[in-house]
Design a protein around this ligand. Structure first.
Ligand SMILES: C[S@@+](CC[C@H](N)C(=O)[O-])C[C@H]1O[C@@H](n2cnc3c(N)ncnc32)[C@H](O)[C@@H]1O
Length: 194
């Protein structure tokens, strides 16, 4: 599928790709910052990965747990003529980022868009994977708006919501980062490592 087909397929079939205004924002920040090495957590079908590659000359490592989605993403990158600049790793992001760290890998830009309940636990590893002045962008930090406020939800998303609140608390108080929170669609955090 090309980018537009991918976008339309995802919207029609409730596949959770980046929302439109957030996608515009991602394109702009990638265009402005021109990172050379990008890491993405949560490939899905390769929509956001395609946007990042089209707006830079970067190389991208992108991690997806679901085998079928990883394969479909590889096909989509191939069709877009981008496959020489991207590696899709099929695996659990928690394990893969630890392996990347053990190998001494570093990135200029990390796009965190994987399992929301794990952002908090990924944060210390992602911080070590960032180059100085590198940027960590996390999507869906307000998780349907439930993360805003302080009440304790009783529904099944409770753990994710409490962990995202803790993630926001950690990333906004970490003095090694300059962080801004954007109230755009489902909420985005942008953190620049000093
Ligand atoms: C919101 S979607 C990513 C959307 C994609 N970034 C885009 O905008 O095109 C989140 C993805 O993370 C994947 N995922 C969930 N848990 C994961 C894990 N533990 N490791 C890697 N990927 C995971 C899901 O299968 C899903 O495809």
């Amino acid at each position: 599928m090309n980018k537009q087909e991918l976008h339309d397929f995802a919207r029609k079939n409730w596949v959770p790709i980046l929302r439109d205004k957030s996608a515009d924002f991602l394109c702009k920040i990638i265009k402005d910052e021109q990172p050379k090495k990008i890491l993405e957590i949560g490939t899905c079908l390769g929509y956001s990965g395609t946007l990042m590659l089209e707006n830079s000359n970067a190389n991208l490592i992108t991690i997806e747990k679901d085998k079928d989605k990883s394969e479909r993403a590889r096909e989509n990158f191939e069709q877009a003529g981008l496959s020489s600049r991207v590696e899709v790793i099929n695996g659990d992001a928690g394990e893969v980022i630890q392996e990347l760290l053990n190998k001494g890998e570093k990135y200029d830009f990390i796009f965190l868009d994987g399992p929301k309940g794990q952002y908090l636990f990924y944060l210390p590893i992602l911080k070590k994977l960032l180059n100085k002045k590198g940027i960590l962008m996390a999507d869906d930090i307000y998780y349907h708006g439930w993360v805003k406020g302080n009440d304790y939800p009783k529904h099944k998303h409770r753990t994710i919501i409490l962990r995202l609140r803790e993630f926001i608390e950690k990333i906004t108080t970490d003095e090694d980062f300059d962080t801004v929170l954007l109230d755009l669609e489902d909420g985005i955090s942008i953190s620049c490592l000093k």
